[in-house]
Design a protein around this ligand. Structure first.
Ligand SMILES: C[S@@+](CC[C@H](N)C(=O)[O-])C[C@H]1O[C@@H](n2cnc3c(N)ncnc32)[C@H](O)[C@@H]1O
Length: 267
């Protein structure tokens, strides 16, 4: 049940302002779903006031970690919504190589969670023969998720969409085939960065940007501002991929052209 009045109370507003100073994240950019989670955790910890809640988070690193982990829902999987990935491999990347006349393409996974998305991107960059000297940029606000990502160890169930030959070529298995470790050849193709897409500035000249299943948690205004930032970060002729439940309603106003389902380009 949503409780917007609770989410708009002056006490909660003060809590969010103080929180912003220590986590660098403005919760007002997020939809009620996130505010619901803030309150669910408060109930679970059984804290009575926002002041007590804030003190707990501020004074205990483990609690801070738990709070952030609970808020940033970093569910992911390799080759999530696989059709988009095979289009990238079979059509978009080869076409970009031809158009640019180089194998040095700039790829970016924005909101990379625990690494499944940027590793999928890095695997396809190897499959398509892109130069490893230009690493895939992988960014997320969640330091804990990035730490897991950098380890590169996954369970079989996170790899259900991966073609068997990729599993064979780019992973080493252990635990009787239950655990998969990504190979160093693919690891080398990624640069990891902690980054808050709402506040931090973006780079430019990206050939492909993926921002999937991230902005679903943001308010309409934050989403609109972010899509404009992604447009500016994209090189002409580049592609912007969103998640399979997402759609940029005002894409023409921003300057994007539609290039298929969940796919936009910049002329
Ligand atoms: C559901 S995961 C998406 C993972 C991957 N893109 C996918 O589609 O499988 C959402 C990720 O967005 C990250 N995120 C949330 N707010 C963010 C922000 N302001 N800046 C950067 N990353 C953010 C979360 O930490 C989380 O890891």
């Amino acid at each position: 049940m949503e409780e917007p009045s609770l989410y708009n109370s002056p006490e909660y507003e003060a809590f969010k302002q103080k929180l912003r100073k220590i986590i660098g994240l403005d919760l007002n950019s997020y939809k009620n779903q996130i505010h619901r989670r803030v309150h669910m955790l408060r109930d679970r910890w059984n804290v009575k006031t926002y002041d007590d809640y804030f003190s707990m988070i501020k004074n205990d690193d483990k609690k801070l970690r738990e709070f952030l982990d609970y808020l940033t829902i970093n569910v992911s999987e390799f080759f999530r919504n696989d059709k988009q990935w095979w289009k990238l491999r079979d059509q978009l990347l080869p076409e970009l190589v031809k158009k640019r006349g180089t194998r040095r393409l700039k790829l970016w996974s924005a909101g990379c969670a625990t690494g499944e998305e940027p590793y999928s991107l890095a695997i396809l960059s190897a499959v398509c023969g892109l130069e490893a000297s230009v690493p895939v940029l992988a960014c997320d606000i969640d330091q804990g998720a990035l730490a897991i990502a950098q380890k590169g160890t996954y369970l079989k169930r996170q790899l259900l969409n991966a073609p068997p030959d990729y599993l064979h070529k780019y992973f080493t298995t252990s635990d009787g085939g239950e655990t998969y470790q990504i190979n160093s050849e693919i690891k080398r193709r990624i640069t990891w960065k902690r980054f808050n897409m709402i506040d931090d500035s973006f780079g430019t000249g990206f050939d492909v940007i993926l921002c999937r299943n991230v902005v679903i948690y943001f308010t309409m205004e934050t989403k609109a501002a972010l899509y404009a930032k992604f447009y500016n970060a994209l090189a002409p002729g580049g592609y912007f991929l969103v998640g399979s439940t997402e759609q940029i309603f005002e894409y023409k106003k921003i300057g994007f052209e539609s290039a298929g389902p969940f796919l936009y380009t910049k002329k």
